[in-house]
Design a protein around this ligand. Sequence first.
Ligand code: CA
Ligand code: CA
Ligand code: CA
Ligand code: CA
Length: 406
Amino acid sequence: MRISFRAALVTAAAALGLIATSVAPAQAATGYARCASGKFCVFDGAGGQGAMTSYTSPQADLGTWRSKASSVYNRTGYKYACLYSRTNYVYDDAVHEVEVVTAGAAQVDLADFQDSNSHLDNNLGSVRWAHTVRQCEGGNEYVDWSDTAASYPLSPAAFSDLNRDGMPDLLTRTYAGRLYFLGGDGRASLIGAGWNSMTALTRHGDLNGDGAEDLLARDTAGKLWMYPGNGKGAFGARQLIGGGWNTMTAIQAVGDLNGDGKGDLVARDTAGKLWMYPGNGKGWFGARKLIGGGWQVMRAFAGVGDLSGDGRNDLVVSDSSGKLWLYPGNGKGWFGARKMIGTGGWGPFTTLLGVGQMARDAHPDLLAAQSVATGGEIRIYYGRTAGAIANDGGYYGHLEDGDALF
Ligand SMILES: [Ca+2]
Ligand SMILES: [Ca+2]
Ligand SMILES: [Ca+2]
Ligand SMILES: [Ca+2]
């Protein structure tokens, strides 16, 4: 795929084999092998020849190397080295725009990167590194999430609206483990760091009875925590629900399933059994009830609210054959007969997420995001009558390494 980037991107992925197999010569006077792990190296000759200098931190101005760098090697550990012909990481200069056909290789001759002025050979002004193209292009650490805010209904949604402004919002975790609130209007606020220690995150509805949507998170030790939403896109002090949740292979908040108005949870265990945990309205759960077995063939889960249109919350899941299913809640804590709402092709969509009403109609909508390996597209499937969904063909940007949405 031909992709136009505004900076030359050098992926480290192709280097991994080389790192593992290359052997430094006894007298390493030339070649890429001189570049040590953790470094970004610049050579004044093509192909790693000639004099070399190396960096462990981004360089806003390569100084004397600016006019003599001819090849580079990215061994920083970051997926991308962002190469700019200008100093100070200026990437949006039409004269110096660089077009790259693929993500490139970890070892590159700068003469291969032509811009409309000349090329990066002997013209490398600045360099930094990142895990996403987004950051190379001057973007944010977090996924962009914005839409035409003016078209949103200004009535609070029952779910997916952490700050209760009527606009669907998201949580996103970055490669570095920072969790952000994305308001849907292009703004973002940092919730905190260290969230890579969580192995499951889900939010859909109010668990402690204050009307604000809450967040559940499972840590690596298997403890499940409830983070009470403050109604403004942030959370109060977390409360421990309990341990032992590592036996669950899926944890999905679904809103109220049993008709008592309190948010509930479904979870699948390693045997493929799906359990319903009835919320007690105080932030934790009563005795679980078995919904059924055979759920090990299911992949992604989403609490979508009432997609079927009967006033009861439903569950949407994809299976191992790429089909998408709607499980209509029966209002008693389990589900009626499932309905196929996607006949195939859902395998790449490893993230499914209820996002409330993106469109101003009576139906909730579904966010579906592909894995990064399959393109990472973030799409919205709009709810239609009787539980059907439809995509308008567009997408809302894409996920990159480390990005996760909740
Ligand atoms: Ca909102
Ligand atoms: Ca709450
Ligand atoms: Ca309930
Ligand atoms: Ca329903």
